[in-house]
Design a protein around this ligand. Structure first.
Ligand code: NAD
Length: 295
């Protein structure tokens, strides 16, 4: 397909997740532009079929869809606000921003409303699955936004995800993601504690893990994360402590703002925030470390 008939997708943020998503889109026939603040990430992108850009403006000017993979809601809002003039000037050409960052529902609602008045679309479309799923188009995506925008963005959504769930109106995808990650954060702690108890009780933690993965204590954390990254002492899942701390804090703030009483979640938030031996740059799977020798 020639460049002028190909659908163009601009990926903003080429970190652990963004670069894999961009590579997936390029491999599935989309003309894929990429931008990251880090020159190192741009250079890495240039080694594959991604066209690296020197500015975000270039992506806003020429893309049919923009896929964001940025650390926080603040970054997402800043990127949109800094380029709002370009969106205003693109009259007649509809652009949809698919924001896969784990962002905040209120920020997504505000951006969706602003883009809608300019004739464009904004979907909060956070993802679950990690860098490996991003690189293979096997993410689970949870989407908030209008039916019309979801239908329009369907080719990009399907290229990136094995499962895409349209949860509700704008912000609903972010709420679903915070709910999911609160549970994953809790499972990381409780599974580590369970294996610590297994050790203390005199059984092999590997055997204990095999038991709980065949019984009712199982979760994705016990089934995937523990064997791959904790038992092996690899601790390199590609998702940082800092980002998970953000998710747990946002879930906790959401509960407080809505008056939902969640005593266990409060403790989970306290434990993630207070794990002072772990840096934000450490891998989040270190939170499940249960052996005395682990960091
Ligand atoms: P990351 O820190 O590896 O990557 C973020 C990238 O964004 C960095 O390369 C950074 O340089 C770039 N960046 C920051 N501000 C920018 C800007 N204004 N313009 C362009 N680039 C900018 O983070 P990640 O692990 O890839 O996560 C990205 C998002 O996806 C986060 O919101 C995270 O919570 C979420 N997420 C991560 C995972 C995971 O397993 N890593 C899984 C699901 C969701």
């Amino acid at each position: 397909m020639s460049a002028d008939t190909q659908t163009t997708v601009g990926v903003i943020g080429l970190g652990s997740m963004g670069i894999g998503m961009a590579q997936t889109l390029a491999s599935k026939g989309f003309r894929t532009l990429g931008f990251d603040l880090s020159e190192e990430r741009r250079n890495l992108a240039a080694k594959s079929a991604i066209e690296p850009l020197d500015t975000i403006a270039a992506a806003f000017e020429t893309s049919d869809f923009l896929v964001f993979s940025l650390p926080t809601a603040k970054d997402v809002a800043a990127v949109v606000n800094q380029h709002i003039d370009i969106l205003q000037e693109r009259d007649g050409t509809h652009i949809i921003i698919i924001d896969t960052s784990t962002s905040e529902p209120d920020v997504s609602r505000e951006l969706a409303s602003r883009l809608s008045t300019l004739g464009h679309g904004f979907l909060d479309a956070p993802v679950s699955g990690g860098p490996a799923s991003a690189a293979t188009g096997k993410l689970t995506m949870m989407i908030g936004g209008s039916d019309e925008d979801v239908a329009f963005a369907r080719p990009v959504i399907e290229a990136l995800s094995a499962k895409a769930l349209h949860v509700g109106a704008s912000g609903a995808g972010n709420v679903a993601k915070l709910v999911n990650n609160l549970l994953a954060a809790a499972h990381m702690i409780t599974t580590g504690e369970a294996l610590k108890l297994a050790l203390a009780g005199g059984i092999d933690p590997e055997a204990a893990l095999r038991v709980l993965n065949a019984a009712s204590g199982k979760s994705m954390i016990s089934e995937v994360h523990f064997p791959t990254w904790v038992m092996s002492d690899r601790f390199d899942s590609g998702f940082s402590m800092g980002l998970m701390r953000k998710d747990v804090r946002l879930a906790s703030e959401l509960a407080q703002s809505k008056g939902a009483e969640l005593p266990m979640a409060e403790l989970v938030a306290k434990l993630w925030a207070g794990s002072s031996n772990l840096e934000d740059s450490d891998d989040f799977t270190r939170m499940g470390a249960f052996k005395p020798s682990s960091k």
